[in-house]
Design a protein around this ligand. Sequence first.
Ligand SMILES: CC(C)=CCC/C(C)=C/CC/C(C)=C/COP(=O)(O)OP(=O)(O)O
Length: 305
Amino acid sequence: MTVSEACEQSDRVLGAYRHCERVMREQARNFSYGIRLMPPPKRRAMSAVYAFARGVDDIGDGPEPACVRLDLLDRSRRRLTTVQEVLRRRADAGALEGHPVLTALVDAAGRYPIPLEAFDELIDGCEDDIRGADYKTFDDLLRYCQRVAGTIGRLSLGVFGSDGRQRAEGLADSLGVALQLTNILRDLREDRMAGRIYLPAEDLERFGCTLNLDESGRFLDPPWRLNELVGFQAERARAWYAEGLRLLPLLDRRSAACTAAMAGIYRRLLENIAARPAAALNARVSLPTWQKAVVAARALSGVER
Ligand SMILES: CC(C)=CCC/C(C)=C/CC/C(C)=C/COP(=O)(O)OP(=O)(O)O
């Protein structure tokens, strides 16, 4: 490679990362506070992981008919294979067709041991969603959470690095599950309006809830039943946080800060929901910017553990 080709390539990679960082800044309303605590090379790698995952998630949630979304997910799988082939030198970078997220992902996975095959599992989870999978038991839901969020934990861990890789992977997976359980509670109404229920049918039955909505989009279940249902789910999510956060001592300072900030913000969302379930379920709960910044600052100074 000539010097000018090398410069061109590094400009292309930097431009690709800039694109991913923009996606992250604009769309990761909660998780960007943690990612920004990472040193620049790892932050860029995290943004590449985020941007690819965001693309997959957006296809899953998109307005297109199911068959179109399934085709788009197939295309994401093929793109992932191309990334892996470029890394194994079975294809040249031209195969990436100048796609900025793929370009950034190839660079990031060349620098850090990112388990790219986890994206395949993420895509499996989105396919389940599109095919209208239902979750009868918590084990069914757990498998979904591991696919759509545990995977992100394991991919992030590839960027972070850790002591005791195998144990750390299990804990990263658990933390992803905790975040996803929180996300499901926060988005209960929005998801219901889109025809989706993630909470296990066995739990709805146990607490006598249907999660049906009236015409104005409010839950018809009596508030005290919703309170009990949410209280139960919140307690379960807390146990997954307790397990997942055992990851922190296995990480370096900045990676631990990033993880603690992500978990800290989402845990506060969970506690806000748990404090006033019926109210929280009828309007999307979010934290003000200042509070997210405070959690991130506490995480960086090691207080948020
Ligand atoms: C080890 C480690 C870092 C573990 C954490 C892994 C992680 C970040 C999982 C995210 C799962 C999740 C709830 C995504 C929702 O994204 P969204 O775009 O719906 O979120 P938002 O609406 O709250 O912004």
